[in-house]
Design a protein around this ligand. Structure first.
Ligand code: ADP
Length: 581
């Protein structure tokens, strides 16, 4: 059936449920015909005196009884219908939301590099809501109405095929109008969605940057950008509604013309003596009654086209290759190696951030990555963690190519302490516990103590139970970093990837963080992205990176003797330190 299942991106269960929902809806429609049929019969009975015969009260009572039975049937069918359409479609859309969330977890970072977060949120929430609505309010009704209309059409033709034809001749024309305009409607829908995304981006940026915007006096400028994008969204929404409205109203008018046609042609047949008054009145009643659901359908159809925009986007999401790998294979040793690795953020064609790099990072030792800013240090640590996959060569941990390992499994061997710590809108305690959700309260507190968090947590109003605002905005940079160290301590992974802070911390914070880090890295395989070369001097191995290449490797002494880039960087830093003192 035009591969509806695939188009609506339904699960097997969802597809089965949809078929059941269509059946339930058809049943409701058919059961609704009983009271309608009874009404017509009563009507015919009441009109009998006009044609000279008597009203049969026995028949009236029978019709009354039939009406009651019909009422009960309608009630039962509607109840069943409700369960099969609404409840089931909400369950299906929940399943889709979970599926999308699961998928996002497995997508490579390259995906997130292209898509911004607001589009992702719209994907999960908005598209599912549209799908939910279409599944519960549209598709079952659309099909069920189609089925019951066909039945009614056949029954009416048995009475009088000429009048039946008059009643139904406008239906295909009305649908054709909507159908032919679908491309135009879809295009308007796409434009509207794009404007909506842009506006939500602008709102997000505005809210997040409000402090900077205010302090830098950009308020007017930023606000007008926001205003422009909101205005554009409004204009596109109106254009879409008007565009859709023209076709829908046009189609509705053509459909309603059917009433006039039926009355006209019916009266013509009546005066010609080709039809009796009672069947004619019955046709009049039916024509008014039957156009109701078709009118609703005409207004709902454009929604189906709008849904195409949503499902197209979901399809792109679902067709993105995910990062897979063995989730069981144990990693037995923790030495890391890069073998002729080349990597570019833009895929094969992009500019290479890492060029033909071959380095080894020994286990249970501290290896420092140094180099000018933008040389590729962070990229090296991202490749170790398989945030991205290399374009050429391979990265191994304990001799195992990281591409053969499931990213989450690989992650269980690694802790990160990065500058841009992500804190959740939760308590301090829970933010630390993220390192290891199975940890006992005692372990969480011990990790917090070892990471020197105690001292500032005590000062918070509710200690460990204090809620941290959105991304921990109430804490200082140093405090946030200590929380991330506590997390890493709690995780106790054998490999630690560390990004030393570039932002200058106050001396007290600096000392505490150094202390916390030295507890964390004890006996671990450590890769540290170092920004201050003085702290690197104690590393077991230093890898100097320049423009994506490993240009020098060795200990501090060895590198100083080579009189190369390392020595140059070191002396520059020494001088600048000297000046700043
Ligand atoms: P470093 O950590 O040494 O400062 P990076 O590894 O962050 O350097 O960056 C190396 C190169 O890769 C730079 O040219 C940078 O612009 C580019 N780069 C870094 N991250 C991304 C990204 N997410 N998308 C595209 N290019 C990136």
């Amino acid at each position: 059936m035009f591969n509806l299942k695939e188009r609506l991106m339904l699960t097997d269960k969802g597809w089965k449920d949809l078929k059941k929902a269509i059946a339930a809806c058809t049943l409701t429609n058919l059961s609704l015909m009983i009271p309608f049929g009874v009404t017509i019969q009563v009507f015919a009975e009441l009109l009998k005196p006009l044609t000279g015969s008597e009203i049969s009260w026995n028949r009236m009572w029978m019709l009354f009884g039939l009406g009651l039975v019909g009422f009960v049937l309608v009630f039962l069918a509607s109840k069943n219908d409700y369960k099969k359409t609404y409840v089931v479609s909400y369950m299906e859309s929940e399943a889709t939301r979970i599926k999308v969330a699961e998928l996002i977890r497995k997508l490579p970072m390259s995906f997130f590099n292209n898509k911004n977060l607001s589009e992702l949120t719209t994907n999960i929430m908005g598209d599912c809501a549209t799908a939910e609505h279409v599944l519960s309010h549209l598709i079952p009704q659309l099909f069920a109405n189609g089925i019951s209309l066909t039945i009614v059409c056949v029954l009416l033709s048995l009475f009088d095929w000429r009048l039946a034809l008059t009643v139904f001749c406008t239906v295909p024309i009305a649908f054709l109008i909507i159908f032919l305009s679908r491309k135009l409607q879809r295009r308007m829908g796409e434009k509207h969605v794009a404007a909506k995304l842009d506006a939500s981006d602008q709102v997000q940026e505005y809210l997040e940057g409000i402090k900077v915007i205010k302090s830098s006096g950009l308020l007017g400028e930023k606000f007008s950008a926001l205003k422009d994008s909101l205005k554009l969204m409004m204009r596109r929404a109106m254009k879409m509604e008007v565009g859709t409205g023209i076709f829908v109203t046009g189609a509705q008018m053509i459909l309603q013309a059917g009433i006039g046609l039926t009355v006209f042609f019916g009266t013509y047949l009546l005066t010609g003596g080709e039809i009796e008054l009672v069947p004619l009145l019955m046709f009049f009643l039916i024509v008014v009654r039957i156009y109701g659901p078709i009118l609703t359908e005409l207004t709902l159809l454009p929604e189906l086209f709008y849904m195409r925009v949503s499902t197209e986007r979901m399809r792109t999401l679902f067709s993105t290759p995910i990062m897979e790998g063995d989730a069981e294979r144990p990693v037995k040793s923790y030495d890391i190696a890069f073998e002729n690795v080349s990597f570019s953020y833009g895929g094969e064609q992009g500019e290479e951030a890492i060029r033909d790099m071959s380095v080894t990072i020994p286990a249970n030792a501290i290896t420092a990555l140094v180099g000018p800013s933008g040389s590729g240090k962070s990229t090296v640590s991202r490749l170790i963690a398989r945030f991205w996959d290399v374009n050429k060569g391979r990265v191994t941990v304990g001799g195992v190519d990281v591409r053969t390992l499931d990213p989450e499994h690989l992650m269980s061997y690694m802790s990160f302490v990065f500058q841009d710590v992500v804190l959740f809108n939760d308590t301090v305690y829970n933010n630390i516990r993220i390192g290891n959700m199975n940890a006992s309260e005692e372990q969480v507190r011990a990790a917090a103590r070892a990471a020197c968090c105690d001292e500032f947590v005590e000062r918070l109003p509710q200690g460990y139970q204090t809620m941290l605002g959105e991304n921990g905005s109430t804490l200082s940079g140093g405090e946030r970093q200590r929380i991330s160290i506590a997390r890493a301590l709690l995780k106790n992974a054998p490999i630690v990837l560390l990004d030393e802070a570039t932002a200058s911390l106050d001396p007290e914070n600096e000392v505490l963080i150094q202390q916390a880090i030295s507890t964390l890295i004890e006996g671990k395989t450590v890769v540290v992205i170092a920004h201050r070369l003085r702290t690197v001097a104690g590393a077991d191995k230093i890898i100097v990176i320049d423009k994506g290449r490993a240009v020098e490797q060795g200990t501090h002494e060895e590198l100083m003797q080579r009189h190369g880039l390392y020595e140059r960087l070191f002396s520059i830093q020494q001088e600048s330190l000297g000046w700043s003192v």
